[in-house]
Ligand binder design. Structure first.
Ligand SMILES: *Cc1c(COP(=O)(O)O)cnc(C)c1O
Length: 414
């Protein structure tokens, strides 16, 4: 009677285990100041232009003439037009407003997209990976059993130091591949050449790319594509997911968009028509007030204010990256991304390094193994803290790392 696939999925243990270890440490050492570089959430407040737009929209809801109830399921035209003008027109893509679907978060959208595909559709993800892509397919029964930390029917595209943490094309054909650029957790981004390879591969193999651009606002390198639609022919093979969460601090407000191009068809069916039907059936729209707030991100003041917050986080990312490199650790990410990713020093595994960092430096990070088997022995530090905390944390890391090799040796001898 119940969905048996809920029984297959392992408990999501990463962030609860992190929280448990931090609170145990803090209880035992109430005077120590623990610095959190593990967070995958923004900390800067909303931009003033967004807050003003929210206030105005609230006032509209208070009057009979301007009150709004149910809105269009695809999102209000003012926001869809603003997304096209702010995100897609400037980079020379031909995405039209009616190819944009406004949602309440990319987690919802990336978890829901698998409903468009057959129960036996085959899936590939990069490893390590944002867990939502995997878990949503696991619950739909596409991944088989979870054995020794791996799903039997999932293709893992390992991202390691050897390949520069960039996923290689699958060796055997798959129907769907989830890609995220700039990526969470590795902070790496796909170059134009990488994306051209992916689009050509999808076209040859009749595959569909599900492309997550939640971190696109962090891209500073002008050669790194901000959208898969910058690649010719991608509109016939790709769905793209954007979010205001990391770009504009909407993790609490909730607003996102999905692009389903009209040119994307399979087996004679329009994916645009299918997503439209699915959206209308299951979703009654992002709140009007929130959509007005999102629209304000594209106002002149909004753009400047939001950019200042991105720059703030990127400055933190630079501090983290420089400190680790200064301590002799190779890193990726932290340039076009708020995350820095690296192999744990002194041969420690992810949880052992987590404990050393917490106990010896009072700094919290995220163990890489929580993002997939290839994340073992790796670690993610996040730039979403305050500048002051980040400065202090990197100072502590810089003095800790040189001592690590000897500390680990002494421990294993005793
Ligand atoms: C944070 C994040 C999102 C955004 O999720 P929302 O539901 O829009 O807050 C999407 N994808 C990745 C990889 C993320 O890390």
């Amino acid at each position: 009677m119940i969905n048996p696939h809920y029984g297959n999925i392992p408990p999501s243990y990463l962030f609860s285990e992190v929280a448990a270890r931090v609170s145990a440490y803090q209880d035992a050492h109430p005077d120590e100041r623990v610095l959190r570089l593990g967070i995958g959430d923004v900390t800067r407040p909303l931009a003033p232009a967004v807050v003003d737009a929210l206030h105005d929209a609230v006032a509209e809801q208070a009057s009979g003439e301007s009150f709004r109830g149910y809105g269009p399921e695809q999102g209000y035209a003012f926001l869809r037009d603003a997304i096209v003008a702010g995100e897609y027109a400037p980079i020379g893509t031909a995405i039209a407003a009616d190819e944009i679907f406004v949602g309440d978060g990319s987690k919802t959208d990336t978890a829901g997209v698998q409903e468009l595909f057959a129960a036996d559709a085959t899936i590939a993800v990069s490893d390590p990976v944002y867990p939502v892509y995997v878990d949503s397919n696991a619950l739909a029964g596409r991944l088989g059993e979870f054995v020794d930390g791996r799903w039997e029917q999932l293709t893992y595209l390992e991202c390691t130091a050897e390949n520069g943490y960039v996923p290689a094309l699958p060796e055997a054909p798959v129907d769907l591949v989830y890609l995220c650029s700039p990526n969470n957790p590795t902070g790496t981004s796909l170059s134009r050449a990488d994306l051209e390879r992916w689009v050509a591969w999808a076209r040859e193999n009749n595959a569909i790319i599900l492309f997550d651009v939640a971190y696109r606002a962090f891209v500073t390198d002008p050669t790194v594509p901000r959208s898969i639609y910058e690649i010719e022919g991608a509109d016939e093979v790709a769905i793209e997911f954007g979010s205001f969460s990391k770009t504009a601090g909407f993790t609490g407000l909730r607003c996102s968009w999905t692009v389903v191009p009209k040119a994307l068809t399979r087996d004679g069916a329009s994916l645009h028509a299918m997503w439209s039907r699915r959206h209308a059936t299951k979703f009654n729209g992002t709140p009007y007030i929130v959509q007005r707030g999102a629209e304000a991100v594209y106002s002149e003041a909004g753009r400047e204010q939001v950019q200042a917050d991105i720059d703030y986080y990127l400055r933190n990312a630079g501090l983290i990256r420089d400190a680790l490199r200064g301590a002799g650790i190779d890193t990726v990410g932290g340039v076009d991304s708020p995350y820095v990713w690296f192999r744990c020093p002194a041969g420690l595994d992810s949880w052992a390094f987590f404990d050393v960092l917490l106990n010896e430096a009072q700094v919290v990070g995220t163990p890489g193994v929580g993002f997939g088997p290839a994340g073992e022995d790796h670690f993610r530090l996040s730039a979403f803290g305050t500048y002051e905390d980040t400065l202090e944390a990197v100072a502590r890391i810089s003095s800790l790392v040189p001592t690590l090799h000897s500390t680990t040796l002494i421990r294993s001898e005793s």
